[in-house]
Design a protein. Structure first.
Length: 391
């Protein structure tokens, strides 16, 4: 077995242990109280999991992206909110690591992230843009002392008050067009957050994602050299859709497992006869299989394209459509599986205090279609289909 395989398996084993010991036992309390899953995140910090994707030369573990995706799946099986916080942090790490372009400040930052296990949140959505991540209103504004400032009205900043640092999309200058964007990384001590809303949602309650006015002062070197349009198409969008889909698959898988346990318990009481719920379970398994195939197929395509010189395939219209469709399909299929599991378990699945409860699973996956709204993605796809030659 190679060193990389050993390393990746050891990392995944550690994440599974954290998921079992910390995420699963606290999932109901995190959901009930809409509180940050502090136990899980601290355990992941202690295990150095926050720097898993950081290259080894910078002090990270350098695990493969497929292993990172598997970790999101395993966390999702125990606690959707914990998995989402982990996934969103890793989206920022992967985006930075894949677009360093020998930027000394960002290399030093990743080294600090590895040594200090810093947690990164993001502020990519903005009031007034209609949910279009490819447009910004807030801009990098030069100050007289050589620093820069910005003020951004973000409708949501997931776990923003718990994060150490914030990755933000901004117009390059106050005069720049809305689509001329950069990514800026502000450290916690440089940021002022003014909360503008509350957080009492239906699902994914532990992500703690109210709105904020974000203000910060930073140095020019804290702006990633790669234009955001390229980082978005090659990394941030496909990585987001893949890691989110993996954790939604994890949630749906646990819902199916609970439904199967319910049917098996019923079978033990039915003197060898197949209970009627077994037929419903078979239908749910078909739905889950479709979801798993779609999610894993997209993961394989992304890894293959990422290994090609220049990663040019990831900037094509067909690639954008592929990963947009992954997000739409997974966000619609996951709640369908959870609802099917609820149909199998009946009232004991509807109640919150039984081993077969799937209410949290259904509520968490119902948020999936809203994370970059599916209607917004359909609008983008519609425009691409008019001009794309190959899909």
């Amino acid at each position: 077995m190679s060193v990389s395989i050993d390393r990746d398996q050891a990392f995944l084993d550690t994440v599974c242990a954290v998921a079992d010991e910390f995420a699963a036992p606290n999932a109901d309390a995190v959901d009930r109280d809409a509180r940050f899953p502090i136990e899980t995140i601290e355990a992941l910090r202690d295990a150095r999991a926050l720097s898993a994707f950081v290259p080894t030369r910078l002090g990270g573990d350098g695990v493969g992206f497929e292993t990172l995706a598997a970790a999101c799946f395993e966390l999702g099986r125990r606690c959707g909110a914990s998995a989402m916080v982990f996934a969103m942090h890793q989206i920022q790490v992967v985006t930075i690591a894949r677009h360093l372009e020998d930027a000394d400040w960002f290399e030093e930052y990743l080294a600090a992230l590895a040594s200090e296990q810093r947690l990164i949140a993001s502020a990519t959505s903005e009031v007034g843009t209609g949910g279009d991540m490819g447009r910004s209103i807030a801009a990098v504004t030069p100050a007289a002392d050589g620093s820069s400032t910005f003020e951004k009205q973000a409708p949501t900043v997931s776990y923003g008050s718990h994060a150490d640092d914030l990755l933000v999309t901004l117009r390059r200058t106050p005069e720049a067009e809305p689509g001329d964007q950069v990514l800026a990384l502000a450290r916690k001590e440089q940021i002022a957050l003014e909360q503008t809303g509350t957080w009492d949602p239906l699902g994914m309650r532990g992500t703690c994602s109210p709105g904020y006015v974000v203000r910060a002062t930073l140095r020019p070197e804290q702006i990633l050299p790669t234009p955001f349009s390229r980082a978005m198409s090659e990394s941030m969008v496909p990585v987001s859709h893949i890691l989110w889909s993996q954790l939604w698959l994890g949630i749906a898988t646990d819902a199916f497992d609970r439904a199967r346990a319910f049917v098996r318990a019923a079978a033990k009481r039915s003197a060898g006869e197949t209970p009627p719920t077994a037929l419903r379970l078979s239908h749910v398994m078909s739905e889950l299989s479709l979801l798993r195939a779609e999610v894993n197929s997209a993961l394989g395509e992304f890894v293959e394209a990422s290994e090609e010189p220049g990663r040019e395939r990831l900037s094509t219209m067909s690639s954008a459509l592929r990963f947009n469709n992954l997000k739409i399909a997974a966000s619609e299929q996951a709640p369908r599986v959870c609802q099917g599991a609820l149909g199998v378990c009946g009232i004991v699945g509807f109640k919150n205090d039984t081993p077969f409860s799937v209410g949290r699973h259904l509520r968490d996956t119902m948020s999936a279609c809203l994370m970059i709204a599916n209607e917004r993605i359909h609008q983008t796809n519609a425009s691409l289909l008019l001009i794309a030659k190959d899909v």
